[in-house]
Design a protein around this ligand. Structure first.
Ligand code: NFS
Ligand code: SF4
Length: 654
């Protein structure tokens, strides 16, 4: 059936297409197959007007029944579902951030001997930002104070404002959040309050619920910022690094271990243990052990260790279908349960490691920070055992991989800029925007979603924006698309960048030529999804340099193929922190025109940021460009007025 084939081939990744093509009728059960079986998907769910908050439901809003059994209308149901989606995202990031904080506590207390403070520069920088004095204290004492502040930000119950948030965003934003009463006190307090507020028979006011959703999103931001900051101290702040990406990184002569999930606490140890256990691998007949990443833990170890990217979210099962993955070691989040069934057709072992992520029939090695290296070695032993059972006849690896230059933390970017302007590095970027060389900055973030053709929105939107001289930063599975597609290297600059972007990057290349081993890429990979906090730090520094509130900065975000609840939480904080946020998959909101209107229009009046829903990639790029141009144009007008009339024409606040 030609049509079925066309639909099943929902990807523009050539490696994925190759695997899909040769498994057309072999009965594999992958996301690409299940997506087809799932059609048509329920329209009530898609619109957000299905409620099952209580078990009188599910209640669906129809022409005949315009209220749920309790009397909840579409706007209540949509807004309440939105809060609950964001809670899903916020709790995931909070758990991740808390895990990093608790590990940091163990390090300080000497209970996690395999980890240490790796980056003292970052420790000092975070301490300075959060307001911890470093005078006369040793590193552990400083780290302890930071950990205490972070723990308090998770657990405070006395209603005091979040300390972490108030230190990392500009004061104008904090005032704004206080005005609207959405400044979180602590992450767990916000989560509990929001969950209670969405219980049956609680809040029915859509505006009040939307404000709560924004408070939840800010709690999400705190969790992310803590996760990134403490991970950098523990594992190092990323610097430019060269690697490669896509299925061709699998090597039939090696034991191949895919690490999948989100948590560097595990993957860092696996990578280290794999290096140490080369001898065992050779004894089993392999040339050694190769680690490679899927999803955000892959981004973490790419950024810090140069470990290659195997694939991104949508195609995680297909990686196993190469027959060359000996073990897929997973921690938390974005792990499709479907990997287990696929793995059973091969010798591949799925190893779960977190007490909150278990998959029936998979191996489970409970990770333990106090015995981290020992546990990592146990996991690798499983991979070595599996390798001995690998069936060579089943191995078929698409010979596709591309060179990747990644590792662009904000610190790394500022370091590049400092080669041109050592006193005020960020001015290199803001000047390029003010002069019109660049049209702005866009953060390309987020997942894959089978509702779209896998990787198509990601790649097309980035190419269009680059052609139009937008500086691109990327995180999450979006960044992995660019890695796989050869868009994280300098060849891509030649191919896709407009003249302004080319000139900007060349100037940086020239100024840093003694330092860089590779020319700069088209898209700057900033890390995992929690590292969207890096992307907002960059916007904050730009706002400080330009002396404006963040909504005036020509900086947009796009989640071209958003899927997870985490993406919804991220999109919402990006809006409340002042970004125009494009989403390439319409979230379940349009069932209430009122809530939809708040998200797309009213949010702008209040916060300066707003959502843009657009599924077509070319149209998406146009809308993002228009959003950036509006801001650059306003900045120009204000600047002219200021010069002409010597007035403070540009107000600092939104
Ligand atoms: Ni972000 Fe990363 Fe990927 Fe989406 Fe999942 S891996 S945390 S949620 S799917 S980008
Ligand atoms: Fe239906 Fe109201 Fe219960 Fe929701 S809370 S399921 S709308 S009765």
């Amino acid at each position: 059936m030609a049509d079925k084939k066309k639909d099943r081939n929902r990807s523009v990744d050539p490696a994925v297409l190759e695997i899909l093509a040769r498994t057309e009728d072999s009965g594999f059960d992958t996301a690409y197959d299940r997506f087809l079986k799932m059609q048509p998907q329920c329209n009530f769910g898609e619109q957000g007007i299905c409620c099952h908050v209580c078990i009188q439901g599910p209640c669906r809003i129809t022409k005949k029944a315009d209220k749920g059994i309790c009397g909840a209308t579409a706007y209540t149901i949509v807004a309440r579902n939105l809060v609950r989606h964001e809670l899903g995202g916020c709790t995931a990031h909070a758990d991740h951030g808390l895990h990093a904080t608790l590990l940091a506590k163990e390090v300080v207390e000497g209970r996690a001997p395999d980890y240490q403070i790796k980056d003292t520069d970052k420790l000092y920088a975070v301490a300075k930002r959060i307001g911890v004095s470093t005078e006369g204290k040793d590193d552990k004492a400083i780290f302890k104070e930071l950990v205490d502040i972070a723990l308090e930000d998770f657990s405070r119950l006395d209603g005091e404002d979040s300390k972490w948030l108030s230190k990392v965003i500009i004061p104008e934003r904090i005032e704004k959040f206080k005005d609207c009463n959405i400044l979180p006190s602590s992450i767990h307090r916000t989560i509990a309050g929001a969950m209670a507020q969405t219980h049956m028979g609680m809040d029915a006011d859509p505006v009040n619920l939307v404000f709560k959703s924004l408070e939840v999103s800010l709690a999400d931001y705190i969790g992310e910022h803590i996760a990134t900051s403490l991970s950098d101290v523990l594992f190092g702040t990323p610097k430019p690094v060269v690697s490669e990406a896509n299925m061709g990184v699998l090597d039939p002569d090696y034991i191949n271990i895919a690490v999948h999930g989100h948590n560097p606490i595990l993957s860092e140890m696996i990578v280290q243990a794999a290096r140490d256990m080369k001898g065992e691998a050779e004894a089993a007949g392999a040339k050694g052990i190769k680690c490679m990443g899927i999803c955000c833990t892959g981004n973490e170890i790419l950024m810090r260790q140069g470990v290659p990217i195997l694939t991104n979210f949508a195609s995680q099962e297909l990686a196993i279908m190469t027959g060359a993955v000996d073990a897929m070691v997973v921690d938390i989040q974005c792990i499709m349960p479907g990997i287990q069934a696929v793995s059973e057709c091969f010798h591949t072992r799925i190893v779960t490691t977190s007490t909150s992520v278990k998959i029936p029939s998979a191996y489970h090695i409970e990770f333990d920070e106090e015995r981290a290296m020992e546990k990592a070695r146990e996991v690798i032993q499983i991979a070595i055992g599996a390798y001995k059972e690998r069936n060579k006849d089943k191995v078929s690896i698409p010979q596709i991989k591309n060179k990747v230059v990644a590792g662009f933390s904000v610190e790394a970017l500022l370091d590049l800029f400092a080669a041109i302007n050592p006193e005020r590095p960020i001015k290199v970027l803001t000047d390029a925007i003010e002069s019109g060389e660049l049209r702005g900055v866009c953060l390309l973030a987020g997942c894959n979603n089978l509702k779209r053709i896998h990787d198509q929105n990601h790649s097309t939107i980035a190419q269009e924006l680059a052609r139009n001289n937008v500086l691109l930063v990327a995180t999450g599975c979006a960044a992995q698309t660019y890695a796989k597609f050869g868009m994280l290297n300098s060849d891509a600059v030649e191919k896709y960048a407009g003249d302004g972007l080319k000139a900007f990057l060349n100037r940086l290349n020239e100024a840093n030529k003694d330092k860089l081993t590779e020319k700069l890429p088209l898209v700057f990979h900033m890390g995992s999804c929690v590292d969207n906090s890096r992307a907002y730090d960059l916007m904050t520094y730009m706002a400080e340099e330009m002396q404006v509130d963040t909504p005036k900065v020509p900086y947009a975000a796009s989640a071209p193929e958003a899927m997870s609840e985490k993406a919804i939480a991220i999109g919402s904080w990006a809006v409340s922190l002042g970004m125009p946020v494009h989403v390439g998959v319409v979230p379940p909101i349009p069932g209430s025109p009122l809530v939809d209107g708040i998200a797309r229009q009213i949010a702008q009046d209040v916060y300066g940021g707003y959502f843009i829903w657009e599924t077509d990639p070319e149209e998406s790029a146009k809308k993002i460009l228009a959003a950036l141009d509006e801001r650059t144009w306003k900045l120009k007008v204000h600047k002219m007025a200021k010069e002409q009339y010597e007035t403070e024409a540009i107000s600092k606040t939104w």
